[in-house]
Design a protein around this ligand. Structure first.
Ligand code: SF4
Length: 75
């Protein structure tokens, strides 16, 4: 299992993630993003690509244990 977090305050709905890892991310309407926070291990590589492709770096993989300030504070 791969844990991930999307900072939805940062997400601008570019949908790069849904394109690269459709099993994990899905767009819901114009800007709403739905995702599976506990993705299958087989999705790890796609998740890394999606995370790297996100224009606003909103996808944090394996970041569940990070303090909330670290998630929202950096950059
Ligand atoms: S690629 Fe980033 S900005 Fe675009 S929908 Fe996914 S998380 Fe949001």
């Amino acid at each position: 299992m791969v844990r991930l977090v999307v900072d939805l305050n940062r997400c601008q709905g570019y949908a790069q993630c849904a394109f690269l890892a459709p099993e994990v991310f899905a767009m819901h309407g114009e800007e709403g993003l739905l995702y599976n926070p506990e993705a299958d291990e087989a999705q790890r590589e796609k998740l890394a690509q999606a995370s790297a492709a996100c224009p606003v770096q909103a996808i944090l993989v394996e970041a569940m244990d990070a303090p909330a300030e670290a998630v929202s504070g950096e950059r």
